[in-house]
Design a protein around this ligand. Structure first.
Ligand code: HEC
Length: 116
C-alpha cells in the first residue's frame, strides 16, 4: 500500500529508472521562448497566440506523439535534439535550425510535453 501511494505508477515509461533530462526545465519559460522565436509562424501551438499557420504540423498532443519529425522516437532527449537542430536529425526536413540553446530547447520541450 505504501508503494502504491508513492506515485511511481504514474511515472511515464521513459522516466522509469532514468534521470529526468528535463528536471531543470520550466514549461512556462518554454512558452515564452516559443513566443520569442515565433514558432507560431509555422505551427499552431495550444496556449500560444498565433496566425493559425499550417506550414508545420500543429503541436497539440506532442506528449502523445510516437515520433518527433517522423524520424526520432519521442523521448525528451530526442525532442530537445530536434528542437536544437532539426536538419541534423533529418536533412530533408522543412523546419529550419531556429538557434535555440540547450536550456531554451529543454524549456520548450517541457512546455510541449504539457500538451497531451
Ligand atoms: C519555417 C517554418 C517552421 C518554424 C519557424 C518552426 N517549425 Fe517546427 N516544424 C516545421 C515543419 C515543416 C515541421 C515538420 C518537419 C518534418 O516532419 O520533417 C516541424 C516539426 C516540428 C516538431 C515535430 C512535430 C512532430 O509532430 O513530430 C516540433 C516539436 C517543432 N517543429 C517545434 C518547433 C518549435 C518549438 C519552433 C520554434 C522554436 C518551430 N518548430 C519553428 C516548420 C517550422
Amino acid at each position: 500500500m505504501l508503494l502504491a501511494a508513492c506515485g511511481k505508477e504514474a511515472e511515464p515509461l521513459w522516466l522509469q529508472g532514468r534521470a529526468d533530462p528535463l528536471s531543470q526545465a520550466d514549461a512556462q519559460r518554454g512558452r515564452k521562448v516559443i513566443e520569442r522565436y515565433g514558432c507560431v509562424a509555422c505551427h499552431v501551438i495550444p496556449g500560444v497566440r498565433g496566425p493559425a499557420s499550417s506550414v508545420g504540423p500543429p503541436l497539440a498532443h506532442m506528449a502523445a506523439r510516437a515520433y518527433v519529425g517522423g524520424v526520432l522516437p519521442n523521448t525528451p532527449d530526442n525532442l530537445v535534439r530536434w528542437l536544437r537542430d532539426p536538419p541534423a536529425a533529418d536533412p530533408r526536413t522543412a523546419m529550419p535550425d531556429m538557434g535555440l540553446d540547450a536550456a531554451e530547447a529543454k524549456d520548450v520541450a517541457a512546455y510541449l510535453y504539457t500538451l497531451d
